[in-house]
Design a protein around this ligand. Structure first.
Ligand code: UDP
Ligand code: LCN
Length: 813
């Protein structure tokens, strides 16, 4: 969304002309380039040395622009500024550094201007404009409403039930009941039968039925009055007893009489429509044991397994309340990896532990030469996805005995596959991408060519656009994921308008004010991650092993380094060894900060010690760097480096073991989308320091329920940790206060029960919303299909890694 908020009057840069000229001379002096906020500030500082003069200039129009500038594209003599005053709200101005005249420009003109820096010769760019299909779809207006889509969808639906199209849309609601009717469970109809074939007959029958039911004791079982309701055209599904049936009927009657958003949302949440759910998570090792910490295998697996449990519980509760006897089915569809080393990722089906009706279904990557054997990095996965979607669809239809009611995708690959399958089957689609890679790597769009051989961002960003536009709703974990914070654009926001010179110019990729965006934060499994103070629940059987893991003196295959002074508290971090996790950054901060080293020991869990054993490029580099840092800062005696740990129960106890030392958890990532690890540590009562870049900044209230640290300012961060431990020495109750405040924050905002309720309500409401907007949905899907067929397929084909196909094993006869 462009606004004129930042530039409501044309900025006049001709005041303080002398200083202004000096600033622009410095901006343009180094030729064409892309400048970021800090670089601009540094140049102004150099240009105007006198502090008072500088303050004067920055107090005027230039200051207004610069203070909200995310980046500036410099093509002398012009400088174009991309200004973001509020989440999701952007303005663009172009300044002539000679005359200091200012023009307001469009986002597309800004992209074109920026492209000159990277590919001046680029002609006839392919422009992608998903916004062109959204003209008649309602949008939110306030940045503060972003991410609350479900509530607004109910409001929009309500308004469609009162206007000109009232009768038509009320009939659609009635039809939604008939659609339920078509879903035959044990050959029985649900909700209403065909005798109720107009809005009026439905209203009349509801009135008669409500009077009858209100005279019954509340707990009368449905079976006792089932026959009576049948006579008025009602079938099962309204409730399990008189009270629930009466409530559901009243909600619908009120809605038909005078629609309001609360009843609309409540009504849809009660419809017996969703029983069978498919969740896609394609890359990595998706398993229930021995996989965490392996490359590409982290929070997403934990998230989905916990999500499935929570969704199944919620489905069972709803089915009971609907008075039905249906068995839900949830399938998590992932890749089958024949070369799974020692885990179950080479098995086709696996029941999900602690559930009754949920399974993992593994489908192999088939190629022309047979089934692909080894693990494939998520960055190289694109050539296999189309075939995978086809194979998975066939298998799902076979196992479910028909189409699912809801499809949910995860991460770029899972979302792309989910969008292909949902479009083919005509099923409601929700997507999740807690980590969109685009914001993790600076200028990954304009510099895509430099990065493509390693990361295939041309495929990835194209796939992300396809999935987010095909989705009926998008589940996010935090606000920042969508629209960032005051100073940092969100992950989805970075897809609003961007350019990949030589590939395509995305003039409208997604709109963060689209009501399809919803925040539903995950939790952590509280039977595994519970406070260290719950003494009776503690998994004491792990304690001797943990004692050895942390304190034994000898290096083993599982740990290296030792802790000479075991009286010191421990600062602990655990992560996959991706560069972005910045575990080496933390090790360096610790190495450099003598005060911190004197106060605490450092324990790291992640990766393993021999880089040549790694299959993952980033992991290899990080392992080597870790060894170098341990040598450089002579950390032996202060650091324990433990290889990746795969047992979550033991890990739960490990957090608590660290809490027993009155230590802390540190999550130093350069960027973290959500950070389940932060939630886990806080659930165990471990005071937590986490990156201020991304989700953890929202999870933790700085200084109260934990602390924010700046991964780009190691000295400040390590001093903040040292200050905490010094304060704990002076005030023995301080550590407990932070620990308890962390737990309070978790229980108020981050639990799976809240999550499952929200997500099922989304599936139901957006399922109906897509029917109300059928035409718009279809035309957008056509555009998505064209983009997929003409752009994505070509990119995916080109990204095949030479030699990869030869790792396929011929199909068995
Ligand atoms: N994890 C683990 N062993 C390791 C490293 C990580 O069990 O060696 C788990 C960790 O407990 C958490 C997940 O992997 O459940 C990491 O999730 P997070 O969301 O923090 O990061 P991601 O890996 O998804 O980027
Ligand atoms: C992916 C990430 O990068 C993490 O930040 C999340 O916590 C995880 O997925 C689970 O959603």
């Amino acid at each position: 969304m462009a606004s004129v908020a930042a530039v409501d009057t044309m900025p006049d840069l001709r005041q303080s002309q002398h200083h202004m000229k000096r600033c622009f001379d410095r901006f343009t002096g180094k030729g064409r380039r892309l400048m970021k906020f800090q670089q601009l500030q540094d140049e102004v500082e150099q240009a105007i040395e006198d502090k008072i003069e500088r303050a004067k200039v920055l107090g005027g129009s230039l200051g207004d622009i610069l203070s909200s500038t995310q980046e500036a594209a410099v093509v002398p003599p012009f400088v174009a500024f991309a200004i973001r005053q509020n989440p999701g709200v952007w303005d663009y101005v172009k300044v002539d550094s000679g005359s200091l005249s200012v023009d307001i420009i469009t986002s597309t003109d800004y992209l074109k201007f920026k492209e000159i820096i990277f590919d001046e010769k680029w002609m006839n760019a392919l422009e992608i404009d998903f916004g062109a299909f959204d003209v008649r779809v309602p949008r939110l207006a306030l940045p503060s409403s972003i991410g609350s889509g479900l509530g607004y969808i109910s409001k929009f639906m309500t308004s469609m039930l009162v206007g000109k199209l009232r009768v038509q849309n009320l009939w659609l609601i009635t039809c939604s009941l008939l659609i339920v009717t078509e879903r035959q469970e044990n050959q029985k109809k649900l909700m209403i039968n065909e005798t109720l074939n107009t809005v009026e007959t439905l209203q009349e029958s509801l009135m008669v039925a409500e009077v009858f039911i209100s005279a019954l004791p509340k707990d009368t079982p449905y079976q006792n009055f089932e026959q009576k309701l049948k006579e008025w055209g009602f079938e099962k599904g309204w409730g399990d007893n008189a009270e629930r049936v009466g409530q559901t009927m009243r909600i619908l009657s009120e809605m038909l009489q005078a629609p309001d958003p609360i009843n609309t949302e409540a009504f849809f949440s009660r419809l017996p429509v969703i029983y069978d759910i498919v969740i896609f998570s394609v890359h990595g090792y998706f398993g229930q044991a021995d996989v965490l910490g392996l490359p590409d295998t982290g929070g997403q697996v934990v998230y989905i397994l916990d999500q499935v449990k929570a969704l199944e519980e919620e489905l069972l509760l709803r089915i009971k309340q609907q008075g039905l006897n249906v068995k839900p089915k949830i399938l998590v569809v992932t890749r089958l990896i024949p070369d799974a080393k020692g885990n179950k990722c080479n098995q086709e089906m696996e029941p999900i532990v602690n559930t009754k009706h949920s399974h993992i279904l593994r489908v192999p990557f088939n190629t022309e030469k047979g089934v692909l054997g080894p693990w494939v990095s998520r960055f190289d996965i694109y050539p296999y996805l189309e075939r995978f979607s086809q194979d998975a669809t066939a298998k799902i239809l076979e196992l479910m005995g028909g189409k699912p009611d809801l499809i949910i995708g995860n991460y770029t690959d899972g979302n792309l596959v989910a969008s292909l399958v949902a479009s083919k089957l005509g099923v409601t689609l929700g997507t999740i991408a807690h980590a969109l890679e685009k914001t993790k790597y600076e200028d990954s769009d304009v510099k895509w060519r430099d990065l493509d051989s390693k990361y295939h961002f041309s495929c990835q960003f194209t796939a992300d656009l396809i999935a987010m536009n095909a989705a009926d709703f998008i589940i996010t974990s935090t606000y920042q994921e969508i629209a960032g914070s005051k100073n940092r654009p969100g992950q989805y926001e970075s897809h609003v308008s961007f350019t990949m010179p030589g590939l395509h110019r995305v003039v409208s990729g997604i709109n963060v004010f689209d009501p399809k965006f919803n925040i539903a934060s995950p939790g952590a499994d509280q039977s595994v991650y519970f406070p260290f103070s719950d003494k009776q629940k503690r998994f004491i059987k792990f304690q001797p092993a943990l004692e050895e893991l942390l304190y034994s003196k000898e290096d083993t295959e599982e740990h290296i380094g030792f802790l000479a002074d075991r009286k010191k508290p421990i600062i602990f971090s655990m992560a996959r060894f991706d560069i972005v996790k910045n575990i080496t950054g933390l090790t360096e901060w610790y190495g450099k900060n003598k005060r911190l080293r004197n106060l605490v020991n450092l324990v790291i869990v992640g990766g393993f010690f021999d880089p040549s054993k790694s299959q993952d490029r980033e992991e290899m580099a990080e392992i080597k760097k870790m060894h170098a840092l341990i040598d450089k800062y002579q950390l032996k005696g202060h650091i324990r480096w433990i290889a990746a740990q795969t047992d979550r129960y033991r890990n739960g106890e490990l957090y608590r073991f660290i809490a027993d030392t009155k230590g802390a958890f540190v999550q130093p990532a350069l960027y973290e989308a959500f950070g389940l690890i932060v939630i886990e540590a806080m659930n165990c009562g471990l005071p937590t320091f986490a990156t201020n870049q991304g989700g953890p900044a929202e999870i933790i209230v700085d200084g109260i329920s934990g602390f924010h640290i700046d991964p780009n300012n190691g000295d400040e961060s390590s001093n903040k940790i040292a200050d905490f431990f010094e304060k704990c020495k002076g005030d023995s109750r301080y550590w407990n206060r932070v620990s308890l405040a962390g737990l309070k924050r978790i229980n108020e905002c981050y639990t799976w029960k809240i999550y499952a309720n929200k997500v099922l309500n989304m599936g139901l409401a957006y399922g109906f919303w897509r029917q109300l907007n059928k035409e718009q949905k279809q035309s957008k899907q056509r555009y998505v299909d064209v983009f997929y067929n003409l752009q994505f397929r070509k990119l995916a084909k080109n990204s095949t890694i030479p030699g990869e196909e030869s790792k396929a094993e011929p199909a068995q006869a």
